[in-house]
Design a protein around this ligand. Structure first.
Ligand SMILES: C[S@@+](CC[C@H](N)C(=O)[O-])C[C@H]1O[C@@H](n2cnc3c(N)ncnc32)[C@H](O)[C@@H]1O
Length: 322
């Protein structure tokens, strides 16, 4: 198993810049984190529409991260493709709005690419997104609850990509074992996970006590321990115990001060709005007031318009073969 600390991906970098950083980066190991989300299995009325917006913004603003993650998965899968030439069936597990599925469809033009999710609402966006991306009809969607087992019609599977989804499963180890049994020999699974959510803010916001985001992360971390305890699991070990052979684990670091991406402010706002609904009532009165100032789009501290955002964090991609 190769464990590497990946390169730093700046939001809005050109592919050439990304490649330069990729080529010039030293390797070590570390961890960080992706996004804030509670999860429920209901319909749109419980906030899944908001989650879908957040996922779409994640895919757009963190384009370079997604590009690197999907390239890593694709290159690793190609390296172990024997005796099969290319994948017949590629599944994006817990696909959400399909950023991963669409990227995989682009990378494997001949594969049957399936976006699987327990929620129908985010999957419903994929057809339009595929058309907009020049990939009409390339991704089919399957609504299934993996906590009840792997869908029989998706077997044998060649490549499974699971971005920030496996930690939501009731028993990730059981699901990884079930997936191993339904994966073709030489097929791969790739997990993109995080230890701590992505951060958006500088220490001093010009409103409230400095250190707001650090305190918020502590509150959110405690909430996650209760509601999504699998966040930060030792995924390489769990994969090995489930019968997989881990091939690569890479930390992809996101670090962008004053991001130039036009949707960065909206992404930060969507993230904090969701956080506000999830754990806002657990914050101190001072921090609640700061949060309200950040979410006040017409105010002087608005996330939508402030020029000092600092997107940073780490997502860890672990790829294993059957
Ligand atoms: C944080 S979202 C990640 C979405 C997408 N992979 C991404 O990275 O943008 C987690 C997804 O896992 C899905 N999910 C959670 N539990 C699931 C289950 N038991 N079966 C299938 N999908 C599930 C959720 O509905 C949600 O769309």
């Amino acid at each position: 198993m190769l464990t590497r600390q990946g390169p730093t991906y700046r939001v809005g970098m050109t592919d050439e810049q990304t490649q330069r950083q990729h080529d010039g980066h030293a390797h070590g190991h570390g961890h960080g984190h992706g996004h804030g989300h509670g999860h429920s299995h209901g319909g749109g009325a419980d906030g899944t529409g908001e989650l879908s917006d957040l996922l779409d913004l994640d895919g757009a603003v963190l384009h370079d991260y997604w590009h690197a993650a999907l390239d890593l998965v694709t290159a690793t899968a190609r390296g172990v493709a024997e005796p099969h030439d290319g994948p017949d069936l590629v599944v994006d597990l817990g696909a959400g709005t399909g950023t991963g599925a669409l990227g995989l469809a682009r990378r494997w033009p001949d594969a049957d690419v399936v976006a699987l999710d327990v929620e129908a609402e985010p999957l419903a966006r994929i057809s339009r997104k595929a058309t907009d991306a020049g990939l009409p009809g390339r991704v089919r969607t399957v609504v299934a609850d993996l906590d009840t087992g792997w869908p029989a019609e998706l077997s044998p599977v060649d490549v499974t990509f699971a971005s920030m989804s496996v930690h939501h499963l009731a028993d990730p180890s059981r699901s990884l074992r079930q997936l191993r049994a339904q994966t073709r020999e030489g097929g791969v699974v790739a997990l993109a996970e995080f230890d701590e959510p992505l951060r958006f803010l500088p220490d001093d916001l010009g409103v409230g006590e400095p250190g707001f985001e650090t305190r918020v992360m502590e509150v959110m971390g405690r909430a996650h321990e209760e509601s999504v305890p699998a966040i930060g699991s030792p995924w390489a070990r769990l994969l090995t115990e489930a019968g997989w052979t881990v091939l690569v684990q890479e930390d992809l670091r996101i670090d962008d001060r004053a991001p130039r991406h036009p949707l960065a402010g909206r992404y930060a706002r969507a993230w904090y709005e969701r956080l506000s609904e999830g754990v806002g009532d657990r914050l101190s009165a001072d921090d609640r007031a700061t949060l309200a100032a950040l979410l006040d789009d017409d105010g002087p501290h608005a996330l939508l318009t402030r020029g000092d955002l600092h997107l940073h964090g780490v997502r860890t991609v672990t790829v294993a073969r059957a």
